[in-house]
Design a protein around this ligand. Structure first.
Ligand SMILES: [Zn+2]
Ligand SMILES: [Zn+2]
Length: 309
């Protein structure tokens, strides 16, 4: 188990290719800490061990917050709730995918030119059913368990995606509203290559919303960015990189073609309502796709077996 410090009272750990974060509540020590996201299936033991290394044996959080419900962020939440018996929070619009009511729109393997994109069709899309363990975040008030942090709606990558911001040292936990690596490339993702980027292309079905969310995050002027995918970025490199990403968002973050390039998937409190049809574009080379899919399948099989290792 290897974890890293993000800022004072904030730690992160990379599980396979996705990060989880622990935030200590400075305001009231007896309120302890919260866990942000839960990693892929099979991460519960590693997360509990990380928390015990920081806070001592037998520790448990006041709550778990999910930035969104994609399986790489929510895969271990059930097991953690079983272990800790604590509330789980997510944005109201994310609840259909966390209570078994709706499936996320299908990923678009044709965007981003990377193995992770191709592999995305094999990711587990089956909604987690947390039943009455999941609670909607009261967006006006934020989390009672973490009063100093702002919960910011950052939809686009998913309908009810949220980010967290701590104003005192301008720390941003961005989930998948953006990434600090090229999440479409398996090499960059697993290798931890640093590059501030838009949200993972293959899993983002609403680009207008995603763009507005990056504008929101840019306006916060963060000094530390800890995202769902990629290494922590801090200092001068953050200030310049986020302004640049926000400026060039159309060119660098939005795919030129693909399933959601022109039309978003639509969702409401009940879940997904409309998904644009899949159209093969000229940039999408079928032969490459087939080879990529086979490679993707093999890699995905390894990832799905992660919990058994
Ligand atoms: Zn995601
Ligand atoms: Zn993710």
């Amino acid at each position: 188990m290897k974890y890293f410090q993000v800022a004072q009272g904030v730690w992160g750990m990379k599980l396979l290719f996705v990060n989880v974060y622990i935030i200590a509540n400075r305001k009231s020590l007896n309120k302890g800490w919260i866990l942000v996201d839960s990693g892929p299936q099979g991460s519960a033991g590693k997360i509990a061990a990380m928390a015990e290394a920081i806070f001592g044996k037998g520790t448990k959080p006041a709550a778990i917050l999910l930035t969104h419900g994609h399986s790489d962020h929510s895969g271990s939440v059930k097991e953690l709730v079983r272990r800790w018996n604590v509330p789980v929070y997510a944005h109201e619009l994310e609840l259909p995918y966390l209570t078994g009511r709706s499936q996320y729109p299908p990923p678009d393997p044709s965007v981003g030119n990377g193995l992770m994109s191709l592999m995305s069709v094999f990711f587990n899309r089956k909604p987690v059913d947390l039943g009455n363990m999941i609670r909607p975040i009261a967006m006006e008030q934020g989390l009672a368990e973490l009063p100093e942090w702002k919960v910011i709606p950052t939809p686009g990558h998913s309908p009810g995606h949220v980010s967290l911001f701590f104003g005192l040292n301008r720390t941003l936990i961005a989930g998948d509203a953006l990434a600090t690596t090229k999440a479409e490339s398996a090499v960059a993702l697993f290798g931890g290559l640093k590059k501030l980027s838009g949200p993972p292309m293959y899993m983002t079905p609403d680009w207008d919303a995603a763009k507005a969310s990056v504008q929101t995050l840019t306006d916060l002027e963060p000094r530390i960015i800890a995202a769902g995918h990629g290494p922590v970025m801090r200092g001068r490199e953050v200030t310049e990189a986020i302004v640049e990403l926000n400026c060039d968002f159309d060119e660098v973050a939005i795919p030129k073609s693909g399933r959601y390039a022109d039309k978003p998937a639509e969702a409401n409190e009940e879940g997904v309502q409309y998904v644009p049809p899949f159209a093969i574009s000229n940039q999408f080379k079928v032969a490459g796709l087939v080879i990529g899919l086979v490679a993707g399948y093999l890699l995905a099989r390894q990832i799905n077996r992660y919990d058994k290792t």
